[in-house]
Design a binder for this molecule. Structure first.
Ligand code: BTN
Length: 265
């Protein structure tokens, strides 16, 4: 896929010397952590055909079979305090919507905070991890993205079949992983240019793509379950939720389910 991706990258893409496609890794995020510790530069990308230990948020695994998806991580070394990057996952989600729209011709939605969805099913996810210096500045950030591309319904494990989809299923036609991977890399480069200076524009687009806003949601934090309505996403990327008793809260963590999605009725 290396050559195919190269053929789809624009002449101006600046990081052609630092991407590599591998057949199998445990997790592209873990691989980049190792490379980051060895001094790998800003813009380093690793893509795997399959992952044996693909990880999602909240310690979950991310099903990563060979020949089916794109499992891609990028290493970024922005020079800023960690507080300036609270919106990184949101920015990456917008970048992935752009990449998919440009390469496949359909625009997914975003289920807050990091799920790419189509027709209420999960198309992919984003796992952002950061390492900080003792002074609270960003040493590096890794953005890992997994997108289901070529699966037919029967290719998903039974447990995922009713909640997962792929770009092939969404488009109703085969898709080209090399073209999509190149579009993802270009969109991440564009995101990097906008990340610190065009935060408002990124978040405006995030709000447009986010299907959670306006929906009934349930929140699980520890043992506590609460219900409310998602009102907005704030400038830090937190979900603003209104509860039936009139309280309004900006939610940063925990599991948020949207009514009518992934089996929540
Ligand atoms: C989620 O659904 O919670 C996020 C899934 C993120 C999966 C991607 S695949 C590439 C990178 N490597 C990993 O181990 N995880 C991310």
């Amino acid at each position: 896929m290396n050559e195919q991706i190269l053929s789809f990258l624009s002449d101006s893409y600046p990081w052609k010397d630092r991407f590599l496609v591998l057949e199998e890794v445990s997790s592209t995020n873990d691989l980049l952590k190792t490379l980051a510790a060895q001094g790998a530069p800003h813009g380093t990308v690793r893509i795997a055909d399959r992952q044996t230990g693909g990880r999602g948020r909240r310690g979950r695994s991310f099903h990563s079979p060979g020949g089916a998806g794109i499992y891609l991580s990028i290493l970024l070394r922005p020079r800023c305090p960690a507080m300036e990057l609270m919106h990184l996952t949101c920015a990456a989600a917008v970048a992935m919507c752009n990449a998919i729209e440009r390469s496949v011709g359909l625009r997914p939605g975003i289920k807050w905070t990091n799920d790419l969805v189509f027709a209420r099913k999960k198309l992919g996810g984003i796992l952002t991890e950061m390492s900080l210096t003792a002074q609270g500045a960003v040493d590096y950030a890794i953005v890992g993205i997994g997108i289901n591309c070529c699966q037919q319904e029967q290719d998903f494990p039974e447990a995922l079949r009713s909640i997962a989809t792929s770009l092939t299923l969404a488009a109703g036609a085969p898709v080209c992983r090399g073209r999509i991977a190149a579009a993802m890399m270009e969109a991440l480069w564009e995101m990097d240019r906008m990340l610190l200076w065009e935060k408002a524009a990124l978040l405006t687009q995030y709000r447009r793509d986010c299907i959670t806003i306006g929906q009934a949601v349930s929140l699980v934090r520890g043992d506590a379950l609460s219900h409310g309505t998602a009102l907005d996403v704030n400038d830090q990327g937190a979900l603003v939720v209104a509860y039936p008793d009139g309280r309004i809260e900006a939610v940063n963590s925990g599991e948020v389910s949207v009514r009518g999605m992934y089996g929540y009725v």
